[in-house]
Design a protein around this ligand. Structure first.
Ligand SMILES: CC(C)(COP(=O)(O)OP(=O)(O)OC[C@H]1O[C@@H](n2cnc3c(N)ncnc32)[C@H](O)[C@@H]1OP(=O)(O)O)[C@@H](O)C(=O)NCCC(=O)NCCS
Length: 156
């Protein structure tokens, strides 16, 4: 499928309703709108949305930071836009933000059965570093813990 060009920007309060709808469509254990609202008020989180030319939100990503470590806490695209490169653009944006903020390593958890997400993370340099038994509910499943270390900068 052709890559859908999107503009990626910070999430605003007014985006939360649309984002929570996409979230509910994607996850059995979806974050409630209050989870996004809470994170928007905290300085340690970057919440980003991918917008189509019409302004419609095609996906979002939540990057958390603690000291020199980051975590992709959430990444999701609308069902209608899966496989159009939106997830990849959101992840590249989050990793760029992490790299420029001197985050040494970015972690995330993913369901063992989530092939599309695992392929995406693998293509961006994430490697398996652990497993959390029965971490997910609905259905119960292990989480794989992946880590992507910041690439070494070449000397100027
Ligand atoms: C995971 C997710 C964010 C990927 O977003 P996306 O926009 O569909 O992915 P992209 O189109 O950017 O694809 C990027 C890469 O992911 C992989 N991928 C995407 N869809 C795939 C599929 N259906 N099967 C296998 N691999 C797939 C491919 O490696 C692809 O690389 P390519 O462009 O070279 O083919 C999206 O599928 C999604 O929202 N899933 C539901 C929520 C979720 O599972 N989030 C992750 C929780 S850890």
């Amino acid at each position: 499928m052709a890559r859908l060009p999107v503009t990626i920007r910070d999430m605003h309060l007014g985006d939360v309703e649309a984002v929570a709808e996409i979230e509910a469509e994607a996850f059995a254990d979806a974050w409630p709108p209050s989870a996004f609202l809470d994170l928007l008020s905290h300085g340690y989180a970057r919440l980003r949305v991918a917008c189509e030319g019409s302004g419609e939100i095609a996906g979002y990503c939540v990057l958390l930071r603690a000291a020199d470590e980051g975590e992709i806490a959430n990444i999701c695209t609308t069902l209608a836009r899966r496989g159009c490169g939106v997830g990849a653009q959101l992840l590249d944006d989050a990793l760029h933000l992490a790299d420029t903020a001197d985050v040494a390593a970015v972690y995330l958890e993913v369901r063992t059965s989530n092939g599309p997400a695992r392929d995406l993370y693998g293509s961006r340099g994430f490697e398996l570093v652990g497993r959390r038994r029965q971490y997910y509910q609905h259905p119960t499943e292990d989480a794989l813990v992946l880590r992507r270390v910041r690439p070494v900068r070449s000397p100027a």
